[in-house]
Structure formats: C-alpha cells, structure tokens
Design a protein around this ligand. Structure first.
Ligand code: PLP
Length: 384
C-alpha cells in the first residue's frame, strides 16, 4: 500500500465528530450549516432530476453552467473569462485541487504551502510527487511577509497552493499580501493554485479579490471555487475551475480520468443559482454574519478571547489567556467533559507550530449556538 495514505492518521474532524456522537455533544467541529440551504436552488436540482437529463453531461461541464460561472465572476470579481476555453466544472473543489496537482507537478517539484492549511493539501501534494515548502502564518493576523516567502520559494518551485479566504483562520489576505505573493510567483515562474472556496463567505462589507486578477497572474493561476460553499450546500460537491487555456488543457486531462463528469442535475441548479441578483448573495452572507455575531458576542460575554472572524463558517478563540498550552487536549476535554466539539488549529500545521488556537463552526441555527454557549460557560466556571 502507498504509505502516504496508509500512514495518514484518522483526521481530527472524524475523531471529534465521533466523540460528539458518542457523548451527545453539540458539534461545532466540522464545517457545515445545519440549515437545509436555499429552497429555490434545491427545487431546481429536484426538477432537473425528475424532468432533466440524467446521463453523462459534457466532460467540461454543462455549457449553461460554464457560461454562468464566467458571467458570475465577471460581475463579482471583474474577471474576463472565456467560458469555452477557460472554465471547467469538477466534482467539488477537492477534485479540482487533486486534479491540478496531478496535472501540474512532476516528481521533485517544490510546492509552497501556507500553514495552517486545509487537511487535504499535504497528502495530495506528496502523492503527486511534490516536495512541500512551508510558510508558517502566525496568529492573530496570519499575514504573509517577504522574509517568509523568500525562505520558501526557490528555483524548484513549480506550484504555490494558496487558500484565500483562509480556513481555519477565518482571515482574508489584503491587497498588499496578494501583490507580494503575485510578485514572487512571477519572479520564480510558479503557478498559483488558488483555493477560493470561501470567496462569497466574507463579512463586514468585504469583497473577495482573486489572485488571478493581479499583475502577471492571469496566465499562471488556477482559480478554484465551490458551489457547495457559495450556496451553503456543502454535500453538493460542484467545483468551479478557471484558468488560461494553456493550463486548462492539462487540467481537463486530469479531470477526464478522475471523475470525467459531475452530476448534471446539480450543475443545472448551480447554473440557476449563480445568476441570482446581488441581494440574494448579500442575504446569504448577512445570515451567516448574524450567526457569527451571535456566537462571537456570546463567547466574549463568557470571557473567551475571540480572534475576529472576517470570512468562512468559522471563528477562533485564543486559549492562552485560559492558561491552556495544548489545543488538542483542550478540545478533547471540551467535548468529553463539556459537550461541545471544536477543532484544534494545530491539526492544520504540518509541525503543529501553533497550539493556542481553537476553531468553532458558527454556521448553525441560533438554538444550536445557544446550547453550545450554555455548555461553554461550564469551562469558564471551572477555569475561574
Ligand atoms: C479551504 C477548503 N478547500 C476545499 C474545501 C472542499 O470543497 P468541496 O467540498 O467543494 O470539495 C473546503 C471545505 O471545507 C475548504 O475549507
């Protein structure tokens, strides 16, 4: 068996979810909403299952969806994409990431990764033959620096795997950081694989800025989105991939031999959803922002040190002020003794560099968040 997968331990998400099930805890670990998601988009999918085409759709995705993706990004991110040669649909962002790494890397190529990072990145990079080079981001701002990038880039850098907005930190890289990264990609002739699945889930009036829009990046960026995140339907696994034709030709080959296609009915519903007006997307954000504020306020009232959440379904707390130095042990206690599942952020670092940050998913109903807060009060009483 291949040791890269055989030796990967059970993920912390699974461990926490199992403990949550066994103990009847409120599960704020894994990142999915407990709301069923927008009814109109779900109805479109249902109609397409009953009355639509349920055989293999075109390999690159339904033309109507590829056109909707190009129009959507033109409107929201001022990008000019040709739906025929620069847009592809995959089975989730995860397939797009795996496909991009398989398509672009040769054994021994270096890949710049930013810790904390999404758990799939490292095994996928390694399995594709890439050699990871890490940039470690530090709480509470998790920013890039010239010094850190200089230490990670080299003549062997082929790919930069960049997640913005960033899960698990719930931060958004600003224009200065993005321009700096673009400069390094150009200088080292690297391809940026940009995981932008959280592009719509940004708060406080923020607008997502895609790296592909920065000078020198148009021809060297693979932009990856996820309809599951855009519409709060995380199980749908419909990925949106944009890249210049030179890159797209190779990405399409990988997709052809991994999944080949993605369910046509879900594609039809996503095409419908992407053309909704601004108010629709602003409404989805506003709902999540309200949940973020409710949970942030509740945690602060209890005395927790909340690291502000700018994006994603997540917010983090700093447990150092509680005298805690081991986030994993804290999370185990939290779920077993206090009935709330959360995720230790050290799990997102290859070497576990940061041990004082804990992540909660706030994309939940008010009653779920309030039940969690009631239980979290217990740990504060104990600490007092
Ligand atoms: C950073 C990041 N990338 C990728 C994914 C997976 O996206 P999908 O469900 O479309 O495969 C997630 C899901 O949480 C994520 O947070």
């Amino acid at each position: 068996m291949n040791p890269i997968f055989a030796d990967v331990p059970t993920s912390v998400f699974e461990v926490m979810s199992r403990l949550a099930r066994e103990t009847g805890a409120v599960n704020l670990g894994q990142g999915f909403p407990d709301d069923p998601g927008p009814e109109d988009v779900r109805r479109k999918a249902a109609e397409a299952v009953v009355a639509g085409w349920n055989q293999y759709p075109p390999m690159m995705g339904l033309p109507e969806l590829r056109q909707a993706i190009a129009a959507h990004y033109r409107h929201w991110q001022s990008l000019d994409l040709d739906s025929d040669s620069e847009v592809m649909v995959t089975s989730g962002a995860t397939e797009a990431l795996a496909g991009a790494l398989l398509a672009l890397l040769e054994p021994g190529d270096e890949v710049v990764l930013f810790e904390p990072m999404y758990d799939a990145y490292l095994p996928l990079v390694r399995r594709a033959g890439g050699v990871p080079r890490f940039v470690t981001l530090e709480p509470p701002h998790f920013r890039l620096s010239e010094e850190a990038l200089t230490g990670a880039f080299s003549e062997k850098t082929k790919v930069v795997l960049f997640n913005n907005p960033l899960n698990p930190t719930a931060t958004v890289f600003g224009a200065e950081d993005l321009a700096l990264l673009a400069e390094f990609c150009v200088r080292f002739d690297a391809i940026a694989v940009c995981d932008e699945v959280w592009e719509h889930v940004v708060f406080d009036g923020r607008r997502h800025r895609p790296l592909i829009g920065f000078p020198g990046m148009r021809e060297r960026t693979v932009k990856i989105g996820s309809a599951g995140k855009i519409f709060n339907l995380t199980g749908w696994k419909v990925g949106l991939v944009c890249a210049a034709p030179r890159l797209m030709k190779v990405l399409a080959k990988a997709h052809q031999y991994i999944t080949f296609t993605t369910p046509p009915n879900l594609q039809a519903a996503v095409a419908y959803g992407l053309t909704k007006d601004d108010a629709y997307f602003e409404g989805l954000r506003a709902d999540l922002q309200r949940s973020r504020d409710r949970f942030t306020g509740g945690l602060k009232d209890l005395g927790f040190a909340v690291i502000p959440s700018q994006a994603t379904y997540f917010l983090n707390i700093d447990i150092a002020p509680l005298g805690e130095a081991d986030d994993a042990a804290f999370c185990r206690r939290l779920v077993v003794e206090h009935g709330v599942a959360a995720i230790p952020v050290s799990a997102f670092y290859a070497a576990g560099a940061v041990r004082n940050v804990v992540r909660f998913c706030f994309a939940k109903r008010d009653a779920t968040l309030d039940a969690a807060l009631e239980r979290l009060a217990g740990i504060m009483r104990k600490a007092a």
